[in-house]
Design a protein around this ligand. Structure first.
Ligand code: NDP
Length: 447
């Protein structure tokens, strides 16, 4: 899609200023493509430089992380924290530990986070961080030493009113625990609200672990309801088998769907009887094994090494693994096999041409910034519980999460009608998030 001359000029500046950061360019372009009707209606946003100010992070921190493996060898990794926008509240967003991490990945994630967090309606700004550290195959002690070294560098830049990191790919409860412990040791303060995704006995929120996957399914359920449908009896494909994918599986099953395929970076499994949740949890959360092992112990299941999971016929697809995992080939396969709804549990998993193909074919499509916002929303609920030194029940927290997802769906649907066309959740999410941030920035003047 072509950009208007004003937006093209802004985009050219982003490209010039951030060379070689392809994922960041992709994320910015996707938002700018939705903004033409906004700047026509509200030209003051251009006059006040809101677009270049939103595209430039407030602060980008890059640091060295030295750590020792179990054999005593010293390794050096690179750590990042990009504090993107704090118009609505302290910076909030996860930490990713993965060898593919570089500044462009963290900036794309931080940029998306601004709009996602705004859509939740909660008082949180946008940020993201991580390291090019590969947790795969590392011992518990190595993970601990890396997390401690990482937090030693990060600790001076975060705080419950400043910047509140959480987990993402490669960072779950274990890593948050090691980082929280190191922050506590370094500062001498029990500052519960400095990190979210904590354990339940030390300041964590019930339903945080489940929140992103559950939230994605709640969002997709709202989309289905618009045409009088439900998850009951639907056939699903969910990519990934990490935190988001596993809890999307759980909620989809609770709502009566059958999940027939899941994946990891090695390949995918197909189980036409419906994937067994308990086995998957044991394999991935407890034993940290490979997904191929599921097919080793279930004769009705098959494992496909490599390949694309999107070849498996389904009614609903939930990409829950990583960025750009669903390309035009995957989109065509889903469309040809009769898939009618795609909701992104991961961040930017669909390439721009895949999204265009879905829209052209009339496949309902929800972008991650809306559909996966349940994780950060529940992190904000964790912050609320920490601030009031309270701990809510699972049922109450899940109810709040569902209300929030229904609210995000409503905001996206209404904004799509006003600024795009009915059912265009991409415009709805981009514009809905942008308006909230832009108005707060306008109110605070040029800072
Ligand atoms: P996890 O690390 O728990 O799981 C990631 C999963 O994706 C693993 O199964 C991993 O397989 C798989 N994967 C990674 N790369 C590929 C690839 N190239 N092809 C196929 N599978 C791949 O991460 P999360 O579940 O937390 O995050 C998944 C996505 O959701 C990310 O995009 C993240 O940014 C997003 N997200 C997460 C939130 C959260 O609360 N956790 C909140 C909002 C968004 P393997 O083990 O082989 O690497």
């Amino acid at each position: 899609m072509e950009l208007s001359p004003t937006l093209q000029e802004e985009f050219d500046i982003v490209i010039r200023r951030n060379p070689g950061e392809a994922e960041f360019h992709q994320a910015v372009r996707e938002v700018l493509e939705s903004l033409d009707p906004v700047i026509k209606k509200r030209p003051e946003y251009v006059e006040y430089g809101i677009i270049p100010r939103i595209c430039e992070p407030n602060r980008q921190i890059i640091f060295k992380v030295n750590w020792q493996d179990d054999k005593g060898r010293v390794h050096t990794n690179r750590g990042f924290r990009v504090q993107f926008n704090s118009a609505l509240g302290p910076y909030k967003g996860g930490l990713r530990f993965h060898p593919s991490v570089y500044l462009g990945i963290i900036k794309f994630l931080g940029f998306e986070q601004i709009f996602k967090n705004a859509l939740t309606g909660m008082p949180i700004g946008g940020g993201k961080g991580g390291a090019d550290f590969d947790p795969k195959g590392k011992s518990d002690n190595e993970i601990m030493r890396f997390c401690q070294a990482f937090m030693t560098e990060l600790s001076g830049h975060i705080g419950h009113d400043i910047d509140v990191p959480a987990g993402d790919i490669g960072v779950g409860g274990r890593e948050i625990g090691y980082m929280f412990g190191q922050y506590k040791r370094m500062t001498g303060r029990y500052e519960s609200g400095v990190l979210t995704g904590k354990g339940l006995t030390w300041g964590g929120s019930r339903a945080r672990t489940e929140a992103t996957g559950y939230g994605t399914v709640f969002f997709a359920d709202e989309m289905l309801k618009l045409s009088g449908e439900s998850f009951d009896g639907k056939k699903l494909v969910i990519s990934g088998s990490g935190n988001v994918a596993i809890y999307a599986l759980e909620k989809a099953q609770q709502l009566g769907a059958s999940v027939v395929a899941m994946s990891d970076s090695g390949g995918y499994i197909v189980d036409e009887n419906g994937i067994d949740l308990e086995q998957m949890q044991d394999l991935k959360e407890v034993r940290r094994g490979r997904i191929s092992e599921y097919a080793d112990v279930n004769s009705q299941a098959r494992y496909v090494e490599g390949g694309q999971i999107w070849d498996v016929p389904c009614d609903v697809a939930l990409p829950c693994a990583t960025q750009n995992e669903l390309n035009i080939g995957g989109a065509r396969a889903l469309i040809n096999n009769g898939c009618t709804l795609v909701a992104e549990g991961a961040n930017m998993p669909s390439t721009p041409d895949a999204i265009r193909a879905f829209q052209k074919a009339g496949v309902r499509f929800a972008p991650g910034k809306a559909a996966n916002a349940g994780g950060v929303a529940t992190s904000a609920l964790e912050m609320q519980q920490n601030a009031s030194r309270d701990s809510w029940s699972f049922e109450h927290t899940e109810e709040r999460l569902q209300e929030i997802m229904v609210g995000i769906h409503e905001r996206c649907a209404e904004t799509a009608e006003e600024y795009g066309r009915p059912g265009d959740y991409v415009t709805g999410a981009n514009v809905g998030g942008f308006l909230r941030v832009a108005d707060a920035m306008m109110a605070m003047g040029v800072i």
